[in-house]
Design a protein around this ligand. Structure first.
Ligand SMILES: *Cc1c(COP(=O)(O)O)cnc(C)c1O
Length: 353
């Protein structure tokens, strides 16, 4: 605290990202990165973009990328907003669409950035408790609200709300914006993007950080009715005209064009996840059904925080949240088969010690 801080800054409770330790030989299963790395075509495009042209500003509207995304998802470019990671897109969503007279709704166990944006932008919110099985119950959101937001699949649980349930929510909730944060949808969910053609209050947010393995490039986007997109453009153009640099635009476009690599690597993650779930269950873990590239698991007889510490001593890091209802869970990113085998071997040791 300093006397120079503004009142706004004094009141902030910033998000705490998963750590990024610089240790060699670390099995890093704590921040849901994709172990397979970006498409080689994306890397080539980024290399090709490093040259003289960097002296020039990038396209403030990233039209080329909007076109690539709109083509991929069967929408028009005017239905697409792009930002510096989906976190930035979400920030603009909170200010531009979710800051309303009535409180917005999101699950009590969800992406922990949502309450942070509420604090930053003074957005009123109410949390809706997940069911006892940690699923999102759509009927619980049937109440007056200034907007609704949740990840699907949810984070950090990995649980998926079926698309038919999302549509039921949209039918019941027509007077405020519904935001579906699909950071993990490519690992087993069905995107709600096609519904944006029929529901003008639906905004779907996605990222290239997880399924396209470009967390380091910082690219996210939103798809929805042109009026919703315009709200985000207004915020963006009042904040930073060039959120995507030339390398990010080039790499993201190429990533969308390389459908084969994308499908192959997503499939590999899913196969490894199913194997890991089975192995953890064999060790006595309760594992929530995951449609994401991570799993959320607890052991009835072993403390999660202690297990996370014991894993760390073996150079394996997973995420543990010291929060009500989930403090006995570990969130484990699905790595390569080798990384997951190392995790299972270490857990075997720890549980039998
Ligand atoms: C990872 C994640 C994001 C942020 O992704 P970036 O595009 O890397 O900013 C957004 N929402 C959820 C639920 C996430 O897990």
């Amino acid at each position: 605290m300093s006397r120079f801080w503004s009142d706004v800054v004094k009141g902030l409770k910033p998000y705490v990202p998963g750590e990024q330790p610089r240790l060699a030989n670390l099995v890093k299963l704590n921040t849901n990165e994709n172990p397979y790395g970006p498409s080689p075509r994306a890397l080539d495009a980024i290399r090709a973009a490093t040259g003289e042209s960097l002296k020039l500003y990038p396209d403030p509207n990233a039209e080329q990328l909007k076109l690539a995304i709109s083509k991929y998802h069967g929408v028009e470019a005017k239905n697409v907003f792009v930002g510096n990671g989906s976190d930035e897109v979400l920030a603009h969503v909170f200010l531009g669409l979710l800051k309303q007279a009535r409180p917005i709704l999101f699950p009590d166990i969800s992406y922990s950035f949502y309450p942070v944006y509420c604090g930053l932008y003074q957005v009123a919110s109410e949390t809706i408790a997940l069911a006892d099985d940690y699923s999102i119950r759509i009927d619980d959101y049937a109440r007056p609200n200034g907007g609704i937001i949740f990840p699907n699949p949810n984070a950090p649980t990995g649980c998926l709300v079926p698309l038919a349930e999302i549509e039921r929510l949209l039918q019941a909730n027509t007077d405020s914006v519904v935001v579906i944060d699909e950071a993990y949808v490519d690992f087993g969910g069905e995107s709600a993007i096609p519904l944006t053609a029929r529901y003008t209050n639906l905004l779907v947010v996605q990222t290239l950080s997880k399924s396209r393995s470009l967390a380091g490039l910082r690219v996210g986007f939103a798809v929805g009715h042109a009026d919703l997109i315009e709200a985000l453009e207004r915020v963006k153009n009042s904040f930073n005209s060039y959120p995507l640099d030339r390398l990010a635009i080039a790499g993201a476009v190429a990533a969308f064009e390389d459908r084969d690599y994308f499908e192959k690597t997503c499939h590999a993650v899913i196969v490894t996840r199913e194997k890991l779930v089975k192995e953890l269950k064999d060790l006595g873990f309760e594992v929530l059904p995951s449609a994401a590239n991570f799993i959320f698991a607890r052991h009835p007889r072993h403390d999660a925080e202690e297990s996370a510490l014991a894993l760390r001593q073996r150079s394996i890091i997973v995420r543990h949240f010291k929060l009500p209802r989930i403090e006995q869970f570990l969130r484990i990113t699905v790595g390569t088969d080798e990384q997951c085998a190392a995790l299972v071997a270490a857990l075997k040791e720890i549980l039998s010690a």
